[in-house]
Ligand binder design. Sequence first.
Ligand code: S3P
Length: 737
Amino acid sequence: MSFLTGRVLVIGLGLIGGSLARALRLRGTCKTVVGYDRDVDELETGLRLGVVDEIAFDLLAAVEQADLIVLAVPVKVMEFVLADIKPALRPDTIITDVGSVKGNVVRAAESLFGEVPERFIPGHPIAGLEKSGVAAADETLFEHHKVIITPLPHSDPEAVTLVSRMWQGVGAQVLRMDVERHDEVLAATSHLPHLLAFSLVDTLAQEQDCTDIFRYAAGGFRDFTRIAASDPTMWHDVGLANKQAILQKIDEFSNGLSRLRSAIESEDSREMLGIFTRAKASREHFTKILSGSAYTQNMTTTETTFFAQPGGKVQGSIRAPGDKSISHRSIMLGSLADGVTEVTGFLEGEDSLATLQAFRDMGVVIEGPHQGEVKIYGVGINGLQKPPRPIYVGNSGTTIRLMSGLLAGQSFDSELSGDDSLSKRPMERVAKPLRLMGAVVETGENGCPPVRIKGGQQLKAINYEMPMASAQVKSCVMLAGLYAEGETSVIEPAPTRDHTERMLRGFGYQVGVDKNKVSLSGGGSLSAAKIDVPADISSSTFFMVAAAICPDSDITLEHVGINPTRIGVINILRAMGSNLELLNEREVGGEPVADIRIRYAPLKGINIPEDQVPLAIDEFPALFIAAVCAEGETVLTGAEELRVKESDRIQAMVDGLKVLGADIEGTPDGAIIRGSEMGGGIIESHDDHRIAMSFTIAALRAKGAIEIRECANVATSFPNFVELAQQVGIQVRKEEK
Ligand code: S3P
C-alpha cells in the first residue's frame, strides 16, 4: 500500500480533528495517525474508539516525529499552539489548520516565524455538526463537503499538493482562495448569519413577555434562529478573529435593515416589494446554482439526457409556453415605461428570466413570474440604476444584443457576459453600429462576449444599413435610438421579426415603418401597457413537425403568435404538402394569434425560398427533420446565419442526422437533404435547445431509439417540453445527473 505520508499528528481531538483522524486512519491515507489533546480524557477516548493509532502526551516529542501536523484547535488558541510547537518543528514537516478564520492564523504565524513558513498551508473545512468532542468523530464528515485552502504566494507547491490530496482522500472537494477573500466570504455567508441569530434571540429573550414569543413562535423564528444554539465560545473567538470583515458586513446589513425600516414606516410598497422580490429571486437563483441547473454561472451544469423511443403518433390540443422574443421585450420596455406594466403568458424559461433578473439588478421592481404573470414597476426611460455587478445573461443572445443597445444610452458603465455557448457568438454586429452612434463598446476575444459598455456618452442618431437580416441587431440599434439625438433608422436586407416595433407602439412610442426601413426619434417616453404574450411559434414548431411527419397524427396548438415576420415555418410546411389550418384568427395586444391544427399528410421535398429564411430562422433544425421524412430533395440556401446560433446548427443537424443514417449534405449556407430512413443512435445537441428538441421528434419516424445528450438548455426556451411531448404521445423521458 502506498501512503500519502508517514506520521500525521492531529493536535486537538474535537469533532473536526477527531473526524479527520478517523477518516485518515480508515482510508489508509498515512502510516500512523497520532492524536494530541490537552484533555487527557478526550485523548484516551480517542484511542479507545479507534479514532487514532497512537496518542501522545509529550507534544514536543510528537511534533519532532511528525511529517504532517494538523492544527484542529479553536481559532483563538491557534497562535499559542503554534508558539508551543515551534521549537520542535522540523523544516520538512508540513503544517495545516482547520480554523474558520484565516487572517488571524496567518498573522500569528508571521509574528512568530517572521513570515509564514513555506510548508504551512492554512485550510478550512466547511463542515460541522451541532455535536462536539471526540466521541462524535465521524469519518464521513467531509465527504462531498468543500475545504478551502489559502496558500500564500511563497507556499511550497509540494506542501499545497499534499494538503489538497489529504482532504480529497477523505472525500472533500478542495478550493483555493486568498486569505482576505476567504475571511470576507465567510463573514458574509457564515459569520454574519450566526451573529444575527444570536442577537435576534437575545433581543427577543429580553422582552418582558418573551415566554409568549417563544411559545407561539412558528416556523420562521425556528428556521431563522436554529444556529443560535451553536457553541458560544467558538463564536466569541470567530467574532474577534475576523473582526474587520464582520464589522463591515454588520454595517452593510444595518444599512439594508434601515432601508427596510423606512420603507415600512413610510408605507412605500414599491421599495418593500423591491427588497422582497429581489431577495426571493436571489435565493431561488442560489438554490438553482447549488442544484446545478442550466442557468448558472461558472458551474458545471447538470447533465440532462433525453431518451426517445422510436415510433408513435401525436394527438391532442396543447399550448406551448409564451413567445421568447416578446417576453424579453415586455420586461425591457415595461422597465423603461412610466407606470406599471402587467404581463400575462410570460415565458418562464431561463433566457427570459435572465432578462428579468438583469432589470432587477438595475433597480426595477418586478413581481413574479407566477404562472406567466409578471408585474413591472417601470422606472421611466432614464430611471435605470447601475447594476452592482456584471450582468450575466446565461445562454441568451437576445438579452445580450438588445441590452447592449439599451445600456449604450445609460449614464453608468456596464458589462454583459454569458455561458460557454454565448461566449462564442458574434457581438461585433451590435458593437459596430453602436460605435457609429458614439457609444463606447468593447467586445472580448474574437468579437465575442463579454461586452463592456462605457456609460455617459451622448448618442447621436444614425441611418444604419444592416449587413445581415437580424432582428436582434435592428432592435439593439432602435433601443439605443431611444437615447440618441435625432432620428435613428435601420434598413434591413430582408424582413425580420418586428416585435420591438410593435411593442414600442403599444407603449405609445412613435415608430415609422417604410418598406424595409424602421425609424424612431430619441428623447420620448413610454407609457405602461398590458401585454398578453402568445404561445411561441418556434416552440410550437416541434409539435407541428411531429404531426406533419407521423401518420394518424392530428394536433392543435393553441393561441400561437402568427406575426407575419415569424410564419416562415407555416409557409414552408404548406409548400411541402402539410395539411395545416389556421383557426380562430384574432389579434391580441398588437400581435396576430391563431390556433394551428395540423394533420398528417405525406410531405415532398422543396427548394426553400430564400425570402422565407429570416421568417423561419429558428425553425430549421425541426424543418430538417421534416425534410428527411419528405419524399425527394429539400434544398436550403441563404441560411449562413444558422452557423452562429446557439450552436452551428447546420453542422449539428448534419452530424446528428448522419448518425441516424439520413441522407444529408451540409453546404456553407444551408444543406441538401434527401428523403431517407432514420435509425437510432446517440446525438450530441451541443447544448443547443432546438437541436435537442428536433431530435426528440425525429424519434417518431426513426427505426431505433435516440439518445440525445446535453439537453439542459431546453429549459432556456421550453421548460415543460418533455411533459408536453409525453402528453401528446411522444415516448421520451429525461434523465438528469
Ligand atoms: C430574435 C432574433 C433572431 C432569433 C432569436 C430571437 C429576437 O436572432 O434567431 O432566437 O428575439 O430578436 P437574429 O437577430 O440573430 O437573427
